[in-house]
Design a protein around this ligand. Structure first.
Ligand code: AMP
Ligand code: ZN
Length: 114
């Protein structure tokens, strides 16, 4: 998608510190971190949101969770605990219309989701 900032990161047009990459997914730091570790895990394919995920694409979300777990270990937050979040749609708080999973950790997160 031409005007999608995450597609631009995938294409290397917007610089980012890529922390993970395979044929389907990449992960990079959130530009506005809400925790000491705040990474975004995204599919390379432009999928606008979780709601746009086709049935055939649903295994991607499992892969995203696998990468989140792997990165949590690498970033040293796996033992103490961390949070993964997917915001979907406007009321869900989704600001960037390219499916992404937040990985947050490194501080005590509140029990409430806001
Ligand atoms: P969401 O509100 O779930 O759509 O999250 C979108 C996230 O993308 C926000 O936390 C932003 O800080 C983050 N973000 C926006 N632009 C960039 C960028 N160029 N590089 C990294 N993260 C970004
Ligand atoms: Zn995109």
């Amino acid at each position: 998608m031409a005007d999608c900032v995450f597609c631009k990161i995938i294409a290397g047009e917007v610089p980012s510190d890529i922390r993970y990459q395979d044929d389907k997914l990449i992960a990079f730091p959130d530009i506005n971190p809400l925790a000491p570790v705040h990474l975004l895990i995204i599919p390379k394919k432009h999928i606008a949101s979780l709601a746009e995920l086709s049935e055939g694409e649903s295994p991607l979300v499992g892969e995203m969770a696998r990468v989140a777990n792997q990165l949590a270990k690498k970033e040293g937050i796996a033992e103490k605990g961390y949070r993964v979040v997917i915001n979907c749609g406007r009321q869900g708080g989704q600001g960037v219309s390219h499916l992404h999973m937040h990985l947050l950790g490194g501080r005590q997160l509140s029990g409430a989701l806001g």
